[in-house]
Every structure is written in C-alpha cells, then in structure tokens.
Design a protein around this ligand. Sequence first.
Ligand SMILES: Cc1ncc(C[n+]2csc(CCOP(=O)(O)OP(=O)(O)O)c2C)c(N)n1
Length: 322
Amino acid sequence: MSAGGLPPDRLVALLRTMLLIRAFEELADELFAQGRVHGTMHLSVGQEAVAAGVCAALQPGDYILSTHRGHGHCLAKGADVRRMMAEFLGKATGYCRGRGGSMHIADVAGGNLGANGIVAGGLPIATGVGLSIRLRRSGQVCVAFFGDGAANEGAFHEALNLASIWELPVLFVCENNQYAMSMPVGRAMRVARVSDRAAAYGMPGVTADGMDVVAVYTVATELVARARQGGGPALLECVTYRYRGHSKSDRQRYRAREEVEAWRARDPIDRLRARLLAAGVLSAAAANQLAAEARAAVAAALAFAEASPEPDPATLLEGVYA
Ligand SMILES: Cc1ncc(C[n+]2csc(CCOP(=O)(O)OP(=O)(O)O)c2C)c(N)n1
C-alpha cells in the first residue's frame, strides 16, 4: 500500500505520531482535572493530522513556529515526550527548565523555535527566520502554524506580504478549526477560504482536508519542496476541528453537540487506522498495540516528570534581561 507516495512504514509512523499527540493531551487533560497544572492550557484534540502531516513533510533541520495550541506541533517535530511532560508540569528537566509550561514550549535544537501566546505572534518571526535562512543559504524551510482567528490579525498580512516580496522559504499553515475562541470563522471573514487571501500576496493558497493526514502531508510536501527550491512562500489552510473547548474556561455555549459529533465521525486517527486495516498494512491487534505504546510512552513521561526536581528558586533570574 502506498498513499500520497508514502510507503507503509511511513504511514504507520504518521499514525504513531497522531496517537502520541492524542495520548499526551488526554493525559494532560486528566492532570489538569486533578489540579496539577498551573494556569490554563489549550488542547488540539481532533487537529492531530495537521501537526503530523506537515511535520512529516519537513527535514530535521527545518524550523517550525507554534501557537498557544502547540503540544502537537512540538511532538510531531520530534520532541522528547518526557521533556515535554516535564515542561508541562513546570519541572527543571523540561525544555524551558519549567519556565514555559504548556503554552511556551520551545525545542530549539529540534527546530521548534517556540510556541506563542500572542495570536499571530509566530508569523512575523517566521518571516524573519525565512530571511535568516536566505542570508545563510542554508536550504532550510520554516513553517508557521496559526489559527483562523490569527488570519485576521495585522501581523498575518504583514508577514505574508514581506515573505512574498522577498521570496522567503516560509510555509504559512493555517489550522482552520472553525472558531477563534467562540467566534465562528464565517462571521469573522467574508472570503470563503483563508487560503483565498494568498492571492493578495501573490503566493499559492491551497486548502486541504485537515482531518486527513495523508492529504495534509501530500500538499505540505509539495509546498515545502517549492519553498526549498527558491519558489517562495505559500499559504496552506487545513480545515479541521477542535473537539475540546478553546481553553479550560470554555463552556462551549457557541456550538451544538451534534456539530462536534459530526466532526468526530471524521476523526483523523480513526480514518488512517481504518485505511491501514483495509489495506492489510496493520491488523487490529497491531493497531491496538500502537495505541497502547503511545499511552505507555506518555505514562513513562509522566513518571519522568514526577521524579524530576522543581526549578531552583535561586535560578529565577537566569535568562531574564532588562
Ligand atoms: C494578540 C492577541 N489577541 C487576543 C488574544 C486572546 N486570544 C487567545 S487565543 C484567541 C483565539 C485564537 O483563535 P485562532 O487563531 O483561530 O486559534 P485557535 O485557538 O482556534 O487554535 C484569542 C483571541 C491573544 N492571546 N493575543
């Protein structure tokens, strides 16, 4: 079996990545319910195909910039789940020594230049990274993830315009999960598609089914190759859905349960699993085993985080500049 030009082992790897992201976030949710997490957090349950599909199209040396909903991006880019969990729980062994928490995880060595609590905050940074890549002639590509709400920020338009006139190797990836907090995308913009806006900046704009990891991977691969070869930036819109509330304080009064259920019926993990079972690439037992492995990996990550020290208060001012 091959889908999107991918051999069976890479399709299984995509399934594994999505399972890991979901297992991480389900455990994160549980930890929050137990009162073990500081502040709030934003889950991307339902959106796993975007992170997994786009990051699979990248090389290890490429960069990503993430958002407030960034656990999936970080894991898909290859972060160590133990250090992710440690950061999530504010431990000294975490990626940012416990200073970042859920919303500010960066893994610079792994090419994740950081999540961002400022909506659209990653886009101008990605343009700057693209300029740096060009000046260094390093052949890398930078991906900026952002939401549909971010596409209405001035920073989105400035970043796309500058990346376009300078032909920078940046792929702008919109995760259109239908809502910016409680604002439905259709009430916040007049164009039918976020990708329609690419025309204003003279770059390709493509909409992909963000619930289909192979579809996301296929388009992302094309656009990443184009950027790497000097073809300039592109805007990829992945149409997806978040199953959970915006953040932990969201009572979800703005949408019907039936709507959530309709999107759940198109679940990206179930879909790829079904495809691999139908093609005989995986048996049901092997697929269940993959899910069990993902849960075991996050459980081991939690044990690692629990055994890790709290950051030493004496180091509080390290990394603070004025
Ligand atoms: C500049 C800025 N404005 C407002 C906020 C508050 N805020 C946090 S998330 C969010 C909605 C973002 O929606 P979207 O970009 O669609 O991403 P999603 O949450 O759907 O992943 C808002 C308005 C913020 N963090 N930064």
